[in-house]
Design a protein around this ligand. Structure first.
Ligand SMILES: *Cc1c(COP(=O)(O)O)cnc(C)c1O
Length: 412
């Protein structure tokens, strides 16, 4: 795999943190989002797609307003997965095209999707389809739908997060599809626009992902012929592009991936292919910074205890990895007694929670780390703050800083 990690802009982030530290008062704890880095990465990613391919952003990865404002002009639209996300997006963006997916949609959520207007609903079961048709009929509207399917597809190699190809609550299992398609023929309140596949996440292999997309498109082509499906205009191939937290130099090779997309046209039959990526879009722009409160040893092992923890930044625990980080040295030391620290050591970085699970990095090699230094975790822009249990122990929430984009000109 080529090294295609979007460049991390450490000097900008470090300068901001040092400035903030000067008047912090209490130990610093903050998320820093580099919106310029986000703008560049999203622009490159979206622009590399050939005609016929569209990029939506799955906002559950990070739905902060400055993030969405940066991405709205750069992507084709947003993918939302709850009524809360729908209301949030429509409050701030009246026009952005939306895809509504996710399991367990309530009647109220389906109804507000019809009322507020979405480009497509991804339906997860026949019962959901029936409720949607019932709500659409009552409103005298037609609901645009993609059926989310759960299939064992050729080329679906296992990753650490699988949503399909095995028993899961997601999508319509392949054996129930013929029944749904027959039901649809008698229900004109639903317009079938296509099929949706989101079978896995954490994909790091561009060639494997191209093979998987090819298998999706071949499958759709077979269904189109077999069931005479004439209304289709798209295939949604989900998100799932991974971020390599363990070997940050080895990231998904998006450039090679994009170059391989035109070759899929053989099975595309003129359908638009949509991506709905979350992690890959926003992970790289975020940093979680903690001030080291204490450095101590237990049974021969050093620990840096820092302000914050997994209640702010659950990503390492959720993914089961030791998260990469950098130490930003801070020279000020305000106490009249010695400063605890270690040099050339393997250290674990932990937070302030009263649980041994509050570990962000384990046995990581550092040149030096002292109380009062900052430890900063990159790749913290997606599934970080938004998946964390913020009020466990009632510690203060971190600051959230958004370093502005340097240019607001949209990339078409
Ligand atoms: C979460 C989710 C996504 C985004 O997945 P990433 O791995 O963040 O790209 C896309 N589609 C659906 C249906 C999802 O649930």
């Amino acid at each position: 795999m080529a090294m295609t990690a979007p460049e991390l802009r450490w000097p900008r982030v470090a300068a901001h943190l040092h400035e903030a530290l000067a008047d912090a008062g209490t130990p610093l704890c903050a998320y820093v989002y580099d919106l310029e880095a986000l703008r560049r990465h999203a622009t490159t990613t979206a622009r590399s797609l050939p005609p016929g391919f569209e990029l939506f952003y799955a906002i559950k990865a990070n739905s902060d307003l400055p993030i969405l404002q940066t991405l709205a002009p750069l992507t084709h639209g947003f993918e939302i997965s709850s009524g809360g996300e729908l209301a949030w997006v429509r409050e701030h963006f009246s026009e952005v095209p939306l895809i509504f997916s996710g399991p367990g949609k309530t009647d109220a959520e389906l109804a507000s999707a019809l009322d507020l207007g979405v480009d497509a609903l991804h339906v997860e079961s026949q019962h959901e389809l029936e409720r949607l048709a019932w709500l659409a009929r009552a409103r005298g509207v037609i609901a645009p739908v993609l059926l989310r399917v759960n299939l064992a597809v050729d080329g679906l190699q296992a990753t650490t997060l699988m949503m399909g190809g095995k028993p899961t609550p997601f999508g319509i299992a392949g054996d129930q599809l013929p029944g749904c398609l027959a039901w649809l023929r008698a229900h004109p309140q639903i317009r079938l626009r296509g099929f949706h596949f989101h079978l896995m996440s954490h994909q790091l292999d561009a060639a494997a992902h191209l093979r998987l997309l090819d298998a999706y498109l071949q499958q759709v082509s077979l269904w189109r012929a077999e069931y005479a499906l004439n209304s289709l205009d798209q295939v949604n191939v989900g998100g799932g592009i991974g971020v390599n937290y363990r070997e940050p130099e080895q990231q998904f090779d998006w450039a090679a991936f994009a170059e391989g997309l035109p070759a899929l046209s053989a099975h595309r039959d003129g359908l638009t292919v949509r991506f709905e990526c979350g992690r890959y879009i926003t992970a790289f722009c975020g940093y979680y910074a903690m001030e080291v409160i204490d450095v101590k040893h237990a049974f021969g092992r050093p620990f840096a205890v820092a302000s914050g923890g997994t209640h702010h930044f659950r990503t390492p625990y959720a993914q089961g990895h030791s998260h990469p980080f950098r130490v930003l040295p801070v020279e000020t030391w305000r106490y009249p007694f010695p400063r605890p620290g270690v040099r050339d050591a393997r250290i674990s970085v932990v937070g302030q929670l009263c649980t041994p699970k509050d570990i962000l990095a384990q046995d990581a090699l550092v040149d030096s780390v002292r109380a009062g230094d900052l430890v900063v975790f990159p790749y913290a822009g997606a599934y970080a703050w938004h998946i964390s249990h913020h009020d466990f122990l009632r510690h203060p929430h971190p600051r959230h800083w958004y370093l502005p984009a340097e240019s607001t000109h949209a990339a078409g």
